[in-house]
Every structure is written in C-alpha cells, then in structure tokens.
Design a protein around this ligand. Sequence first.
Ligand code: ASP
Ligand code: MG
Length: 419
Amino acid sequence: MSTPLIFKFGGASVKDAASVKNVAKIIALFAQRPMVVVVSAMGKMTNAFEEVVGHWSTNELGLAREKIGAIREYHFTIIEALFADSTLVKAEVQELIDQLSKGVDKMECSYSEAYDYIVHHGELISTKIIAAYVGIETPTVWQDTRLLIHTDAQFRRATVHWEETTQAILKRIVPGKVNVVQGFIGASSTGKPTTLGREGSDYTGAVFAFCLGADSLTIWKDVPGMLNADPKTFQNTTKIDRLPFNEAIELAFYGASIIHPKTIQPLKKKGIPLHIKSFVDPTAQGTIIGGVDRAIPEVPNFILKKNQALLQLKTKDLAFIAEHHLSAIYQLFADHGVVVNLMRNTATKAVFCINHDAIIIPKVVAELTGSFDLELESDVALLTIRHYRKEDEQKETQGLEILLEQRTPDVVQFVFKRF
Ligand code: ASP
Ligand code: MG
C-alpha cells in the first residue's frame, strides 16, 4: 500500500459534537490517502475514569456506579447531537459501559491493573463514536488497538513489544480505508488491557508511524503549533516553525505538555517528521519537528509543571546519603511508577521533586518512613526555563516562594510553593 497518513486527535479535539464534526471534516480533506487516525478519550474523560478507579480502590462501588452513569450521559449527549439515528452507536457504547460496570463490581486485582482496565474504556468509547461518524461520509474501519499494540504487563506504563506490534499492524491495517484506532492503550500477551502512561496517545501515533514506515505523523492541536510556552500559563508566546528532534525530546522531558516525552524517539529513529497543526485552522503551517539542526526561531522555552511534590529524606542517624540509599529509593520509585523531575542530594539529605499522585505518594511515604526522616511538601510546582536569559528569569520568578533551584548553562529550574 502507499504509505498511510497518520493523524492523532487528542481529547480536546473531540470534546463535543461540534469538535467531532470538525475532525471528520479534516479527515475528509485527506481521505484520498490511506489513513490511520489515532483518537484519545473525549474531553476530560480520562480524569472521570480515574475517579471511577479511585472509588473502586476505596470500595465505594455506589460512587463508582454514579460516576459511570455520568460518563455514559456525557457520551450519549454527544451521540444524540451527531446522529440522526443514534440507536446503533448507543447500543455499542452501552455494551462497553455494561462491560465496565461488571468489571468494576467484580474486579479483584492490583490497583494498576484495575486502572488500565477501567480507564481504557475512554478510548474504546470515543473511537466507536468517531469511527461511526466519520464512516457516514468516508469508508472507515474501527480497529481494536489491543490487537495491534502488544505490550508487557507493566500496567499504567506498559512497554511496547515492537516485533509483534509491527507484524500485527502490518497485517491488520486496511489500506483503502480510514482506520480509526485508540490511542494510549495496548494489551499484554495474555490479552489484558494496558496503558502507556497519561497523555500517551501521541506516542501511539509515533508507534503506528514507525511500524508503517509513514512519511509523517500529524498531531492536531488547539494551538497553532508548538509554542515556546503554554499560552494558558504564559503571556507573549512565540510559535516555533521548525525544531530539531533532540530539542523536542529535551522540551518534552521537562514537561512541555504539547507532546508526550516518548513520542519523538521512534520518529527520530526513522527520520519521520512530526507535524503539529491546528485543528481550528487546518491549512495553516504549524510546526515541523525533525530535519533541522537548530530551532527556527531560536527563543527561550518556559515550562511549568504543576501538581508536584517535594520530598525530602534525611538519614535517621545523620549518616551520609550513600549510593545504596539512593538506589533503594529509586527502586521504590520505579516499583510504584513515581516520576522524578528533579533531584538534589547533600551530605545527609536527598530532595526529590516528583509528580504528585494522591494514591501512590502516601504509599511510598509509608514505605520510606522506616528508614528516613521525611518531609513532604505537596503543593508545589516546577518551572523550567531552557536557553534562559537573565531578564526572563527575573520576570517569571518574581514574587514566588522558591524552595529549590537548580542551574546548568542551558537550563534553570525552580521548585516553588503554589498559592
Ligand atoms: N486519554 C489519555 C489521557 O488523557 C491519553 C491521551 O489523551 O493521550 O491521558
Ligand atoms: Mg486525553
């Protein structure tokens, strides 16, 4: 087959009926090419599914059922606005909702396994709706990503098994149609649903692009392209027209939420450029990542990570923090899936700025209290400035209560108290 176009649409691009219609229009513009369309859960649905997980884990099944009811209503409202006759699509979504409810009532497994089982329904439901709607005008096939993306069984942060995944994708993608697939999910060798980490649908797009040898991956966003800062948080942002792969990897690592950190690696390996384009203005230029040595234009980048915690560990007997302490701490973090964004150690102290997670962090803290004196500051944020200039730094940190600062020639980072 001629190389397919790979498009990825995130939650914000399918948050209501009007946006789904817009997505279908964009797809129709390009549908003369074979196409794989990766879609995330609608709007903020993944957060809603996470609430179901929370209720399941505290055994409040009544609350879990209520939340599932609200999730069903949200999708049914969109379906009713999209289809003249919504019977078929509603039945398909209802089937998924019933399967989810049964699972929540009966499931006895680890938190992470339950998380993936519950949360992956967001993508199953959204793609059912989108495939049906796009299919009205354009030949479309709904594909089950659980049969395409093979992973290990590390729930909530599964690793892709490339060999099997490539074979499955090459075998199952239908050349003459729009293939609508779920982002973010996969399945283990025993067929259990897994997820690739929050916001993982970009990465799914890269996996499809890699396996199919595509000549580009396009991520459709609500911004005109990649900006040097998130316009929701910073003023006076600049659009970046071209960006080298390495620079994009660095920015994603520091938390530039426009792309998932793992997305770039597979693309870079095969030299597949990543296009970031606006779903509001689909013919505008956007940003192209890859194929250049330096950014155009070269500007400082600002990245704010909210929802952080600062965890300080001190040895109980004031012994030096040694390698064996650090290795035990990192092992524990790895076991629980704690993400470390910044780390500093002194003679007797180790300080970590980590992603806050209301369920995981207390467990980790409980395990560490035996061996360390510990302080946890949970309402903090992390500001990173890459290619910083003195004046930007001063402007952005004015009035902040800075708890920790770390600097290299390229990057300066501040952990500060949120207010
Ligand atoms: N729906 C998932 C999430 O919100 C995956 C994604 O959007 O990329 O994390
Ligand atoms: Mg999402």
